[in-house]
Design a protein around this ligand. Structure first.
Ligand code: AVJ
Length: 340
C-alpha cells in the first residue's frame, strides 16, 4: 500500500545510453537550441542524478545566499504561511528536489489533505518522498515524476481537499523568461481553479529573488569552490552520455554574467577554442569565445514581480522578506476566482 502510494504518477525523460533511444524531445530540443543563434540549452537538462546532487551542494555554498535566505524566511514565517494555506489543502510543490524547505511548512500543517512533490529527477523525487512519508506518518504523500513545464496529471488524494495550493520556492520562477513565466503562472492558476464546486479557489506560495548589487549576484553563480561551474559543465557530460555527443569538457569554461537590461544572471558555457562537436549525427561548430546560454536567472523588483503575477491573473495577498531584503516569499490568490 505504502509502495503503491509512492509510485510516481507520470513519467518524465528516461535515462538512455544511446541517442536512438533517447526521448525525441531531448534530441530535438538540444539540436534546436544549439543550431540557434545564440546557442541555448534548457536549464531543465541540468537535473540528471549528478546535476540534482550538485544543485543540493550549491544550496550549501557560502556565496549562494538564495536557499539560506529563503529558508530563514520560511522558518520565521511558517505559521503565517500555513494560516494562508488553510486547513485540509492539497499542497503541490513544483521542482521539489530534496523537499527540505517543505518540512518547515508541513510542521505547521498537520491537517493537510495530501502533499504532492513534483520533480523531474525520479530517484531524487522518490528518495525525498519516502523521507517525508517516514517523517510525517499521517500525511498522504503522492509523488509525481514530471517536467512541470509540460502538462501533467495531478494525482488524486484519498481525502477531498478543501483547496489546492501550489508551493514554488527557490526562485525557480526566475529560470523562465517573462512570457514563459506568465504562461507557467497561468498553468498554476488552472491547477488551483475550482472545478464544479469540488473545492474552493486555491493559492500560490512562491519565492523570488530580488535585484541587488551585481557583484553579490555574480558571486552567487560563480563560487570559488567551482561547484556551480561543475553543475553547468555537467550538462555537457549528460549530452555526451545520453545523446552520444562528444563535447570536450575542458574546452568550455563556466561564466555567470549580470545583464542589467534584462534583470537577469546568464549562465553560459563559453567555448575556449574553435571546435566542432557531433550530436546525434549533427555537426555543431563553435567559434573561439562563443557561448552556449544554459540558464537565465531573473531577479525582480517588487513591482516587476507584481506585474508579472497580475498578467497571469494572480493577486499578491502577503509578502515576507528577510532583514536584508534579498528575497521575498509571497502568498497570492486568484484575481477573479469565479472565472479562473
Ligand atoms: C534552481 C533556478 C533557483 O537560478 O538560482 C543555481 C539554479 N543555477 N546556481 C537559481 C542555479 C546555478 C537556481 N534555481
Amino acid at each position: 500500500m505504502q509502495q503503491e502510494r509512492l509510485r510516481p504518477a507520470t513519467t518524465a525523460g528516461r535515462q538512455s545510453a544511446d541517442w536512438l533511444r533517447a526521448a525525441p524531445s531531448l534530441v530535438e530540443d538540444v539540436l534546436g537550441g544549439l543550431l540557434a543563434s545564440p546557442k541555448r540549452l534548457l536549464p531543465t537538462y541540468f537535473y540528471d542524478e549528478r546535476g540534482s546532487q550538485l544543485f543540493d551542494e550549491i544550496c550549501e555554498l557560502p556565496e549562494y545566499y538564495i536557499t539560506r535566505t529563503e529558508t530563514a524566511i520560511l522558518e520565521h514565517r511558517a505559521a503565517a504561511i500555513a494560516a494562508c494555506i488553510g486547513p485540509d489543502a492539497l499542497l503541490v510543490e513544483l521542482g521539489s528536489g530534496a523537499s527540505t524547505k517543505t518540512r518547515l511548512l508541513l510542521d505547521e500543517l498537520p491537517d493537510l489533505a495530501a502533499y504532492v512533490p513534483v520533480d523531474i529527477s525520479r530517484s531524487h523525487l522518490m528518495a525525498a518522498a519516502h523521507r517525508i512519508a517516514d517523517a510525517y506518518p499521517g500525511l498522504e504523500v503522492l509523488p509525481a515524476c514530471a517536467d512541470f513545464t509540460k502538462p501533467f496529471t495531478l494525482p488524486k488524494s484519498r481525502r477531498l481537499p478543501s483547496r489546492i495550493v501550489v508551493f514554488f520556492p527557490g526562485s525557480t520562477i526566475g529560470n523562465f523568461d517573462p512570457p514563459a513565466a506568465i504562461d507557467l503562472m497561468k498553468v498554476m492558476r488552472a491547477m488551483v481553479t475550482p472545478r464544479l464546486g469540488a473545492q474552493g479557489a486555491g493559492g500560490l506560495v512562491i519565492g523570488f529573488d530580488l535585484q541587488k548589487d551585481p557583484a553579490i549576484l555574480e558571486r552567487a553563480y560563480d563560487d570559488t569552490a567551482g561547484v556551480t561551474a561543475e553543475f553547468n559543465l555537467n550538462v555537457l557530460r549528460r549530452l555526451n552520455r545520453e545523446l552520444g555527443a562528444n563535447f570536450a569538457l575542458e574546452a568550455f569554461r563556466h561564466q555567470a554574467l549580470w545583464v542589467p537590461q534584462a534583470g537577469r544572471i546568464e549562465m553560459r558555457l563559453v567555448s575556449t577554442r574553435r571546435q566542432k562537436v557531433t550530436i546525434a549525427g549533427e555537426l555543431i561548430s563553435f567559434e573561439v569565445d562563443e557561448p552556449i546560454i544554459t540558464e537565465h536567472c531573473h531577479k525582480y523588483t517588487p513591482a516587476s514581480f507584481a506585474a508579472q503575477a497580475a498578467a497571469a491573473g494572480w493577486a499578491p495577498r502577503r509578502t515576507w522578506a528577510d532583514a536584508r531584503d534579498y528575497f521575498h516569499v509571497q502568498y497570492l490568490e486568484l484575481e477573479h476566482p469565479k472565472t479562473g
